[in-house]
Every structure is written in C-alpha cells, then in structure tokens.
Write a protein that binds this ligand. Sequence first.
Ligand SMILES: NC(=O)c1ccc[n+]([C@@H]2O[C@H](COP(=O)([O-])OP(=O)(O)OC[C@H]3O[C@@H](n4cnc5c(N)ncnc54)[C@H](O)[C@@H]3O)[C@@H](O)[C@H]2O)c1
Ligand SMILES: O=P(O)(O)OC[C@@H](O)[C@@H](O)[C@H](O)[C@H](O)CO
Length: 516
Amino acid sequence: MADSTGSAHEGRAHRDSDMLSLRGSNLDRIAARGVSVPDYDRSAVTPGIVHFGVGGFHRAHMAMVLDDLIAAGRAGDWGIVGAGLLPHDVRMRDALAGQDHLYSLTLKHPDGTRERRVIGSIIDYRYGPDDPQGLIDLLGDPRIRIVSLTVTEGGYNVNPVTGEFISEEPMVAADVAALAAGELPSTVFGYVIEALRRRRDAGVPPFTVQSCDNISENGHVAKRMFGAFARLVDPELADWIDAHVAFPNAMVDRITPATTDEDRAELREDVGLQDAWPVVAEPFFQWVLEDMFTSGRPPYELAGVQVVEDVRPYEHMKLRLLNSGHQGLAYFGLLAGYTYAHEAMENPDIVSYLRRYMDEEGTPSLEPLPGIDLDGYKDSLIERFSNPEIRDTLARLGAESSDRIPKWLVPVIVDNLSSGAPVEVAAAICASWARYAEGRDEQGAALHIVDRYAEELQRVAQSQAADPLAFVRQVQFFGPLADDPRFTSAYLAALGSLHARGAKETVRRLAAHEEL
Ligand SMILES: NC(=O)c1ccc[n+]([C@@H]2O[C@H](COP(=O)([O-])OP(=O)(O)OC[C@H]3O[C@@H](n4cnc5c(N)ncnc54)[C@H](O)[C@@H]3O)[C@@H](O)[C@H]2O)c1
Ligand SMILES: O=P(O)(O)OC[C@@H](O)[C@@H](O)[C@H](O)[C@H](O)CO
C-alpha cells in the first residue's frame, strides 16, 4: 500500500522558482518533498470503472481506495475513468487533463498535522458533451465492469413524496425521447441505460451500478430510478436490467469540504506543489458495502472497506446521526452568525443540543447495531464536527436542504412518531430550516440560499408570520407531518422561539431541556 506521509502544517514558503507542477514526470521530485506518490506504472493500469460525478468526495474516498489497491498490485485492471455531464464539469476535465489526471489528497488532523499523497487511480476523464459517442463506447467496453456514482442526492430524480421517478423532469424527458429516436443521451440515466442496452444486444455482460451517494438504501434507490427510466424507454430492457444488473447498497463516510483557494495556496507554500484542484478531507474514513456485483469487483476489503451482507443498519446510523446532525448544525449555526462547523461547535450549547438530538431522537429510530459502540460513534461525531482544521462551511452543510431534510431527518420523525419516541429536537431542526429559508439572518442581512427550490421555499417561509405551519405543509418535503399535533406543537414552539429569542437562546433552551 502507498503510505501517506504525516507532517506538520508548517506554512513554509516555497519560492515560485521552486514550484513543481503536478504531473507524472515530477512524481519523484514531489516524493522528495515528503508527499507519497503512486509507485506503480500508471501506463499499465487499464480501465475497469467509469465514475459519474468526480467531485471532492469521490476523489477523497473511492479513488483513494483504488489507489491503495493498485499500489498493492491488486487492482491494475480497475483504473477509474471519470465522467462529467454538467456544464461546470469542464473545470474538472481541464484541471485533471492538465496534470495527467493526478491530484493530491490532504488529510487534515485536528492537531494541525497533514497527511499528503498524490492519487493515481483516475487514469482518464470524459466530459460527456465533448464526445457522447465516445462515452457510450467506453461504457460498452467489456473491460468496464463497474459504473459508480456520486451525483448528489438530487441526482437520482426521486419525487420525495411518492418515492417515484420524476419522469416529467425536462432533461430526463428529453433523454427518453432521444433514446427512442436513436439519438445519443445527455443525462446519467440515458448513458447508463443506453450502454446497458448495447451490452445486452452485443452479448457483453452488464456492469454493476455502484452508488456512493448519501441516500438511505442508495443501491435500491438507484435500481428503482434507473429501472424506471429504462421502463420509459423499453420495458423489455427494464426487465432484463432488473434481472441481471446489481446495484449494491453502500454507506460512505468521510467529511470532504469543498476545496478553497487557501487549500491550493497551502500546498504551494508548504510543499511547493501546484495542483489545479487538490482535495482536502478529514482523516476518518468509512465505507460499508453490500457484496453484490454483476461482473466482479476489486478486492475492496483489502483496503479497509467493510464488505457486508446488509448495509442498512450502518446507513441509518450514519444518515440519521451524522448527516441529520449536520442539518442540526447548519441552520442554527448560520442563524447564530457562525461560518464554519467547528466555530459553531465551540458553543457548548450547540454541542449539548446536538448530543440531545442524537441520544434522544436519532438513536431510538435505529435498528439494533450488534458490535457497534454507538456512544463511541456519537462521541467521534462530536470530535469530527469540531475539527478546526477541516473548515467545513455551514453553507455547504445547509445547501440543497430540500434534498437532505426529507431524506435524512423526516424519516427519523416519522419513525419516532409511530414508535412513541420524542421528536422535539428534530422538529426544532425543521423549524431552523424554515426560519433560515426566510432569507434574512438575525441582523437582517441577506442569506444566500442554495437550493433548486430556493425561490419557492423563500416565498413560503416569508408567509409564515401569518401562517406558521405554511412551511411544513409543503408535503413534497414533509409528507403528512403537518397533520400530527405531536410534531406541530414542537415545531411551532421552536419556530416561535427562533423568531422571539433567536437561535442561540433557542439552542440553549433545547440543550437544557427547558420549555421553548
Ligand atoms: N462531501 C462529503 O463530505 C461527502 C461525504 C459522503 C458522501 N458524499 C456524497 O457525495 C456526493 C457528492 O459530494 P461532493 O462533495 O463530491 O460534491 P461535488 O459538488 O464536489 O461533486 C458533485 C459531482 O456530482 C455531479 N452531479 C451533480 N448532479 C448531477 C446530475 N444530476 N447528473 C450527473 N452529475 C451530477 C457534479 O457535476 C459533480 O461532478 C454528495 O452529494 C453525497 O451524496 C459526500
Ligand atoms: O454531501 P451531502 O450533500 O450529502 O451532505 C452534506 C454533509 O452532511 C455530508 O457531505 C457529510 O459531510 C458526509 O456525509 C460525511 O461523510
């Protein structure tokens, strides 16, 4: 395995004349500066995986695992070809193309230590619109045995109320029409389904579709959504996919904030390395993966992946404690005037209120987790959220809330209402989203809401002075919660307190179990 090199973040200034650009021919010189580099022959690595959605997370997680395995001589035929479909993906195409598809990964420890390495497992990158036929041909190549995804929660096109595929989504409808007319696709659904059709017709075994997104039962969701798209195109193909293509479930975990210019500058100053798009992440890593693959898989377990029969309990633990905990941090934190996750975690009331959510509401909604030290897990979440080096922004955690709250937090509330467990803190988190969606902070400054439904959310939130339940009556996000008095009484108390007393005092009361 390629060892990562630990070093303190020294702030040592490298001069411009000293600067190394990241490319294959510079790897020895980069290694001499204490950064571990791929010590395998990258030209001998052949493609086995096409990954859609090469962002920060894929490069901090799955691509690192493949880099470890290739370095260990166990996955030379599992090189990754990245694929991007959205207009902004040209930036990733150009950044990677300019550096032989290499990039650096920096793990930031809470004590300021950095572990830096160069990852070599991404061997090529295709931006779909440049050459759709080329991408389809690649997906049809028998060497490609896995198509993996980090296309975000919204990328699966699920109607949050019905759980069904949104077939009228314009890009999707256009792709269904394109495939019916024998034209090339443009969405991930179109590429994957058309490639599977071609493989079936050519007698090439199908690839596995391996989701790495933060969605409960992500494999099942992917199977249903890709299946629904296929059914719109060709019901027989849909039946064949249903019978022959594996969609394993997975729980994935590593906090990976968006890369900043400071991260690029730190790399130049500390190492003298010029990387167009480095990745930074926390040291913690977890990947629990269902062992269900259509055409083989890399020996993931040799690189620290937990390959198991049933992922669901782990997924629920993570989505309902970590990701819902992030939602608990984001809106209260932003309203209280914090910018970074670790800054908000310096407020002991925020820590206690989050712990109350995890202990009293997240935990009772979980199924038994034999062999898991749940208290230790929750302690570690508090530590991870508090890591001052990660500089994860509350804005990142609070973006696309309409994809996150319904998938992570609403299920906790629904389960607890049916089991009789408490929902006060989860209802307060919903209220913090509603208050945040009004678009003004407590000083009256504008909040920049990043959400594909931002306009509608803001319009509804601004009507809640007159109609305080308006926000949770949006059934597309909250289902029938507005009809349950146990939920609405807690929600209204929290929303009223946020308006009357502000976020910090509301959190203090929640932490202290005081009336709102
Ligand atoms: N960042 C983390 O801490 C983290 C941790 C665990 C899991 N994840 C999962 O990974 C996902 C991506 O996170 P990231 O930090 O890499 O984000 P990112 O913004 O860096 O990358 C997201 C990628 O997905 C692509 N994408 C988005 N919508 C798409 C669509 N409809 N079709 C095709 N491609 C689409 C984007 O173009 C981009 O390439 C998250 O949404 C989450 O599900 C992230
Ligand atoms: O990236 P998202 O959209 O799934 O959600 C934001 C964060 O909660 C998430 O990225 C966590 O950092 C991550 O799930 C940790 O593994």
